[in-house]
Design a protein around this ligand. Structure first.
Ligand code: HH2
Length: 336
C-alpha cells in the first residue's frame, strides 16, 4: 500500500499546476509517495488519479460551524489539580471562568478538560470529572459566552453532562476507544468529534512506545478509528483527526510526525495539532518548566500551520493569535 503526502507550500508565487491544499492557505504541486517497503519518492500532482487530487485539494467541511479555510485556535482550559502545565491554576470555578473568558477573546474553540492525560496520570473518577467540567461550561453559557466549547474526555458520562451544560464538540484522546459507550453517545449527540491517536493509557503510554513506522502506523490507526466512528453513526463530515503528539510517542516519534504532518490531509478531514508546552519542547530547548515553553510552542504551532493544520490546540491563546497573524501577513504579503 502506498501513502500520499502532499508537500505543502505557502509561497505567493503558485505554479500553474498547483492545487490548493485542503481548500486552505497552502498549495502543492508535488506529493511524496510513501511505502513501507520502498524508499519515498516525489511525484507531480499530474501523476495522481482524479479521486486523490480531489480528496487532497477539496475544501474541508466546516467544523462546529467554523470554516476550515483558515487556521483556528483552540484554547485549553484544564480544570484539574494536576495537568502538566496549568494543573491547579483553574480548579476553582472563579479562576476557570476568568481564564475561559480571557481566552474566548482570541480562541475559536475552548477545550475544557477535567482529567489530566499527561504521561503517568492516574484515571479520575467520572463523577469527579463531571463535577469539575459541567458547572464551568454551564456558567460560561449562562454568562452568554457563545464560543464553541469542546469537552476533552474519554468518558461517555462526562461527555453527556458536558453536552447538557452547553458543550458542542467532543475531543476524545482515545478516538472513542476507552469507553465502549462513547461512540453511541457521540453519535446520538449530533456533535462534531475530534479523534486523537493514542496508545495504551496515560499511565503506561510512555513505557516503551513502539511503531514499525510511526507516521504510517498513526495514519493507519486514525483511518481505522474513522471507520469505526462512521460505522457507529457519526457522519464523516462531523469528524476531525489529530496525530496525538506526546501520547505514546518518544521524542523521535513526535519529530517524525511533526515533520510530515501533511500526510494526514489524505484522510480528507480537518486536522488538529496539539503540541503546546509539551515535554518534547522542553527536551529540545532544555526547558524543564512547562510554563516557560511559549517560544517553542509558537514555533511548533506555526510549523503546523505551514503544513495546513486547520486547528491548533494551545494554552497561550493571545500569543498564538499574534504569532499567527504575523505569520499570515508575512507569508501572503498582506494579501489575506
Ligand atoms: N493533548 C492533551 C490533552 N488533550 N486533545 C487533543 N485533541 N490533542 C492533544 O494534543 C491533546 C488533547 C494534553 O495536554 P494538556 O491538556 O495541556 O495536559 P493534561 O493532559 O496534563 O491536562
Amino acid at each position: 500500500m502506498t501513502y500520499i503526502r502532499p508537500i505543502p507550500m505557502t509561497d505567493p508565487a503558485r505554479p500553474i499546476d498547483a492545487l490548493p491544499l485542503a481548500g486552505g492557505w497552502c498549495w502543492f504541486n508535488q506529493v511524496e509517495v510513501l511505502d513501507r517497503d520502498a524508499p519515498p519518492k516525489m511525484v507531480p500532482v499530474s501523476d495522481l488519479d482524479a479521486e486523490t487530487r480531489v480528496r487532497l485539494a477539496a475544501r474541508r467541511p466546516d467544523f462546529a460551524g467554523l470554516s476550515m479555510d483558515r487556521p483556528r485556535i483552540m484554547g485549553i482550559l484544564n480544570v484539574t489539580p494536576d495537568s502538566f502545565s496549568d494543573g491547579g491554576l483553574f480548579l476553582r470555578p472563579e479562576s476557570a471562568l476568568m481564564q475561559a473568558r480571557k481566552m474566548a477573546a482570541g480562541a475559536d474553540i475552548l477545550d475544557i478538560g477535567g482529567e489530566s492525560t499527561r504521561p503517568g496520570a492516574v484515571e479520575v473518577n467520572a463523577a469527579e470529572e463531571v463535577s469539575r467540567t459541567a458547572p464551568v461550561i454551564a456558567a460560561l453559557r449562562d454568562g452568554g459566552l457563545d464560543v464553541p466549547i469542546s469537552i476533552d474526555t474519554r468518558k461517555a458520562v462526562v461527555a453527556e453532562a458536558a453536552f447538557a451544560a452547553g458543550a458542542s464538540i467532543l475531543n476524545d484522546v482515545t478516538a472513542l476507544k476507552f469507553d465502549p459507550a462513547m461512540a453511541t453517545v457521540a453519535a446520538a449527540s449530533g456533535c462534531p468529534v475530534i479523534l486523537m491517536h493514542s496508545i495504551a493509557t496515560p499511565e503506561t503510554m510512555q513505557a516503551d512506545p513502539y511503531y514499525d513506522d510511526v507516521l504510517l502506523d498513526v495514519y493507519d490507526a486514525l483511518a481505522a478509528r474513522l471507520g469505526e466512528a462512521i460505522a457507529a453513526g457519526i457522519p464523516r463530515e462531523m469528524l476531525a483527526v489529530d496525530p496525538g503528539i506526546g501520547f505514546g510517542k518518544t521524542l523521535q516519534h513526535n519529530l517524525i510526525l511533526l515533520s510530515r504532518l501533511s500526510l494526514f490531509h489524505n484522510l480528507g478531514l480537518p486536522v488538529l495539532l496539539g503540541a503546546s508546552r509539551k515535554r518534547f519542547i522542553g527536551a529540545i530547548s532544555a526547558e524543564s518548566d512547562a510554563q516557560k515553553r511559549l517560544p517553542g510552542s509558537l514555533a511548533v504551532a506555526l510549523a503546523g500551520v505551514a503544513q495546513g493544520m486547520q486547528m491548533i490546540r494551545v494554552h497561550d491563546v493571545a500569543e498564538t493569535r499574534q504569532a499567527l497573524s504575523l505569520w499570515q501577513a508575512a507569508t501572503t504579503g498582506g494579501a489575506a
